[in-house]
Design a protein around this ligand. Structure first.
Ligand code: NAD
Length: 262
């Protein structure tokens, strides 16, 4: 028996990176899983079926687009209909775009605010009634070091992540007496395929070695000079689902190698 046996976790943006690690860690803890996110159907099916085979739980995929409020509500409804409840909601889907404010494409601003911030509002709005009815719930939002500090050229991302931190606190206060907690996790640089893929191009563009790109470009802000791993982020999320974490709510938990201490 895992701490989440008999429970259901919906994880947005879980076809890749941090989201997939959350899904696998929560499945390992016994939860049935609603995967969500984009990707090739055959790749998604591979991840879905390996979760079922590896952890002896059930997993379904919701193709809900995080820019579409009705589809987000449909994703929560799919979890409730398939498994009987949605006990854990992890709002994790996210995209990035980097440009100076005066050139920042309006449609990129709108997409980042929709996917990285508003989708969490829509998901929480849909999941809270069931959690309140059952008297238990865990809401975990993937924020970022950028929920606490800014970097230039990331106006939409930093705004969305600061927004997620505010949403987290507000929801935590509203549901505090219902045995529902709401927290956010704020990673620094996490070693995901997304980050890994940037390295060869940056090596060429800046005429740097792999080590120079990692330490002088990517990890410039991170005092440990090490990446966070997806497994470390996922382990914190599973801990937040435990009874030991029942009094942690409204928190913004940094896992950033010291970035925001500086
Ligand atoms: P990733 O690109 O590997 O995964 C993003 C996921 O979101 C994918 O599953 C993708 O399909 C999904 N997604 C994107 N647009 C979507 C949409 N419209 N509808 C549904 N799903 C959509 O990225 P990641 O690095 O794993 O990032 C996950 C989260 O962690 C994001 O919120 C990101 O801001 C945050 N984060 C990442 C890092 C990092 O260094 N990688 C650091 C801090 C915070």
């Amino acid at each position: 028996m895992g701490i989440l046996t008999g429970k259901t976790a919906v994880i947005t943006g879980s076809t890749s990176g941090i989201g997939l690690a959350y899904a696998r860690a929560m499945a390992k803890a016994g939860a049935n899983i609603v995967l969500n996110g984009m990707g090739k159907p055959e790749d998604i099916e591979k991840e879905r079926s390996s979760i079922e085979a590896d952890f002896k739980v059930k997993a379904v995929h919701s193709p809900a687009d995080m820019t579409k409020p009705a589809e987000i509500a449909g994703m929560v409804a799919l979890g409730e209909k398939t498994f009987g409840s949605v006990d854990v909601l992890v709002n994790n889907a996210g995209i990035q775009f980097v440009a100076p404010i005066e050139d920042f494409p309006i449609e990129k601003w709108d997409a980042i605010i929709a996917i990285n911030l508003s989708s969490a509002f829509h998901g929480i709005r849909a999941a809270v009634p069931g959690m309140k009815k059952r008297g238990w719930g865990r809401i975990i939002n993937t924020a970022s070091a950028h929920s606490l500090v800014a970097s230039p050229f990331k106006s939409a991302y930093v705004s969305a992540k600061h927004g997620i931190a505010g949403l987290t606190k507000t929801v935590a206060l509203e549901v505090a007496t219902h045995k529902i907690t709401c927290n956010c996790i704020s990673p620094g640089y996490v070693w995901t395929p997304l980050v890994e893929k940037q390295i060869p191009d940056t090596m060429k563009a800046r005429n740097m070695t792999k080590e120079q790109v990692i330490n002088d470009v990517l990890l410039d802000a991170q005092p440990t000079k090490e990446f966070v791993t997806v497994e470390q982020v996922a382990a914190l999320a599973v801990y937040l689902c435990s009874d030991d974490a029942s009094q942690i709510t409204g928190a913004n938990l940094s896992m950033d190698g010291g970035w925001t201490a500086a």
